[in-house]
Design a protein around this ligand. Structure first.
Ligand code: LLP
Length: 404
């Protein structure tokens, strides 16, 4: 994704072509970038060939999932809906793991019937529920237990999941109790120890702490896990300030861990695969001048891209067409929704904008369309996938008549 003769271009497709043909806002993905990210992710850990289960919650567009499947990945799902769409994309059930703190009985029944790789359980009560379903079907079900390692991921507090005050996973004491119970169960097969400490993690050190906690526990319980599921969480460089996750170090740590433990590694990456593969194109509707700053009111809003409003996340914004018209003004990029938090970014480093200009909101592939909603009865945007210079519509814009 770069400028070609001052026009923002995805692969070989100049985006002025897209806005001539489609309404905005619109999500636009690069097939090439998705494929590259998968290859790079795999190469980072090639010495131990992990099972890579793409975190469906980060992006659940069926066509994207099909592409991910064609590139050999499995799926990490957190609901019956996600499990259904992963299967519909053709992902083999033996490459699917199911996480989440509140899987209902009917969701568990569905997962058990589909013979997925693992149900990663997050509570004692859930383990009993799985056992009761397994018993009723006279089946032995493969499970994992998610440990809460009480590790600070040093990320935004809203997307931190591995500390003891977070709702996720089981603490060490309960882990040891349930382990004894499972060992004597005829219907449960404990195959995996799983963890996931948070998302958008840029510092590799929390992962070292997490691995140390796992090592200590494994030593204490002296149990051979077929799989260790390390979750996802590897962050991306949203600000383009070269703060990159150190895959080399993470790979080294895991290799060291594997010297002591004979096991297969599972990863559940979402953002690191899909985050920087998409942009959201939006049009300036009005410019409202104010004494201190100008409000650039665009046609995308917090219902299309929730991350800034929900987490204070910052997504870079750039013009679709670069000019050399400078301005000293401060711009507040806001959407039309009736909420003060419906704001994307404040910046004083932008070219002069006019009404009807187009802007590009960057790195929206992860938790962009999947977190979008119909708030204010706004239809969800269309999604397109660029292959070379070809535009493929992978989701049509919702029609108002379908949501009213
Ligand atoms: N595995 C589990 C169990 C998870 O809960 C998550 C994300 C992942 C894997 C994938 O994590 P990733 O590699 O994408 O960091 N909506 C927030 C992020 C929430 C993440 C929830 N769990 C955001 O927009 O930043």
């Amino acid at each position: 994704m770069k400028y070609n003769k001052n026009i923002f271009t995805v692969d070989k497709c100049k985006l002025n072509k897209v806005v001539k043909k489609f309404e905005t806002p619109i999500f636009c993905y690069s097939e090439k970038k998705i494929t590259e990210n998968i290859i790079n992710f795999r190469n980072n850990f090639k010495s131990f060939s992990p099972v890579i289960c793409f975190s469906t919650k980060s992006n659940c567009n069926l066509e994207i999932l099909k592409l991910i499947k064609r590139n050999g990945l499995g799926a990490d799902v957190v609901s019956k809906g996600e499990l259904m769409i992963a299967l519909k994309a053709g992902i083999n059930s033996k490459k699917i793991v199911f996480s989440g703190v509140g899987k209902t009985r009917s969701e568990l029944i569905y997962a058990i019937e589909k013979n997925i790789l693992l149900i990663n359980s997050e509570s004692k009560s859930e383990i009993l529920e799985i056992e009761s379903i397994a018993k009723s079907k006279n089946k032995k079900v493969d499970i994992g237990i998610r440990l809460n390692p009480n590790t600070d991921a040093k990320t935004l507090k809203q997307i931190s999941t591995g500390k003891k005050e977070n709702k996720f996973g089981i603490n060490e004491k309960t882990f040891i109790e349930v382990l004894e119970y499972i060992k004597s169960s005829k219907f449960l097969n404990l195959k995996c120890l799983s963890v996931h400490i948070g998302s958008q993690i840029l510092d590799h050190k929390p992962y070292q702490k997490m691995l140390n906690v796992l090592q200590k526990l494994i030593k204490k319980i002296d149990y051979n896990f077929e799989y260790i599921d390390l979750g996802g969480g590897m962050g991306i460089d949203y600000n383009k300030d070269n703060k990159k996750f150190n895959y080399k170090k993470y790979n080294q740590m895991i290799k060291k861990f594997l010297k002591k433990n004979k096991t297969k590694i599972i990863f559940e990456p979402g953002r690191s695969i899909i985050g920087d593969t998409a942009i959201l194109i939006s049009k300036v509707i009005y410019i409202k001048e104010n004494s201190k700053k100008d409000f650039i009111i665009v046609d995308a809003a917090m219902n299309d891209l929730m991350r800034p409003a929900l987490y204070g996340a910052k997504h870079r914004i750039v013009p679709l067409k670069k000019t050399n018209k400078k301005t000293k003004k401060t711009y507040d990029f806001v959407g039309p929704i009736c909420e003060t938090t419906d704001k994307f970014l404040t910046t004083n480093k932008f070219q002069k904008l006019n009404e009807k200009d187009y802007i590009i909101i960057c790195d929206v592939g992860a938790y962009g369309s999947s977190l979008s909603s119909n708030y204010n009865i706004r239809p969800k945007p269309a999604e397109i996938l660029i292959r070379g210079s070809k535009i493929n519509v992978i989701k049509k814009r919702q029609k108002l008549k379908d949501i009213i």
